[in-house]
Design a protein around this ligand. Structure first.
Ligand code: ATP
Length: 263
């Protein structure tokens, strides 16, 4: 399997501080990674490097076989699907759900005057349908609930048929039902052999959908553990990562974690 992403000794330094500190990490084709870590650990910074929007201060980055620094990022970016709050803020609130997804096919966030191809519109409708958004096609993006926005964004990220899908906290702000609905949909995507390689940032093990294969744990910019979920996701690593004693339990094909009571 070829590498979708390869970071070698990557650091991102700002104001003399390493936000990402000498990270070496590779993601092979077909893998589905979860990035776990506390607030401020460097998860989004790492994802920004993986999406080619942030160049490291030191180290080398290969994305989809292309070396960052020697590839035109405008050729690379359409091959990467992204969903996250930073991108959501750029999406015009007055655009309909269908337009919000459709504009991704043209590498834009806003609608333009061009006519869309029927084939693109059909694709946008199909992705929205898969995410349970068919009833919202004509609704303005700005009027959607948090959960509906998240689902629209994931459909949007899929629109360019990406080889790598990056999801930054897709379940943040969702209620229990919304989270579980999203986890089921992400699980279906993660288990689809035709789906792109995936990397999802989260704070909560409860948000890990079945089908995710690998985990990377990061704390203060440094990788604490990285590898198959089966071996690396355990109470010891999770406790080190979040800085307090945690008990991790597996319930069927899902995970839960709890802090030990204070004595
Ligand atoms: N441009 C910048 N200059 C200085 N510090 C920055 C810059 N961007 C991010 N940081 C800091 O880098 C650290 C890592 O930020 P990052 O957003 O990657 O963390 P995160 O793990 O995604 O956090 P959260 O879970 O809270 O979203 C934070 O302490 C943040 O304040």
């Amino acid at each position: 399997m070829s590498d979708v992403l390869e970071l070698v000794d990557v650091s991102v330094v700002r104001g003399g501080r390493a936000l990402v500190d000498r990270v070496s990490w590779s993601v092979a084709e077909g893998e589905r990674w979860v990035i776990l870590g506390p607030n401020g650990a460097g998860k989004t910074t790492l994802l920004n490097v993986a999406s080619s929007y942030l160049f490291p201060t030191t180290g080398t980055v290969q994305i989809l076989g292309e070396k960052l620094g020697s590839v035109d990022v405008f050729d690379l970016r359409p091959r990467i699907g992204m969903s996250g709050s930073a991108l959501a803020e750029k999406l015009p609130k007055s655009q309909t759900v269908l337009q919000t997804v459709l504009t991704a096919a043209y590498g834009m966030t806003a609608t333009w005057q061009e006519d869309y191809d029927q084939v693109d519109e059909d694709r946008a409708r199909a992705f929205l349908d898969r995410l349970g958004m068919t009833e919202y096609l004509d609704r303005k993006f700005g009027t959607l609930s948090e959960g509906e926005r998240k689902r629209t964004q994931i459909a949007r990220a899929m629109m360019t048929d990406p080889e790598l899908l990056l999801l930054d906290e897709p379940a943040a702000g969702l209620d229990l039902g919304g989270r579980e609905d999203l986890v089921r949909r992400l699980g279906r995507l993660a288990r689809d052999p035709m789906a792109p390689s995936m990397i999802m940032v989260t704070h909560h093990v409860e948000e890990i959908a079945p089908g995710f294969t690998h985990v990377l744990m990061i704390r203060q910019g440094e990788v604490l553990a990285a590898g198959p979920i089966e071996s690396e996701l355990n109470s010891r690593n999770l406790s080190r990562c979040f800085g307090l004693p945690l008990v991790l339990e597996r319930a069927g094909d899902r995970w839960t974690a709890q802090g030990l009571p204070l004595s």
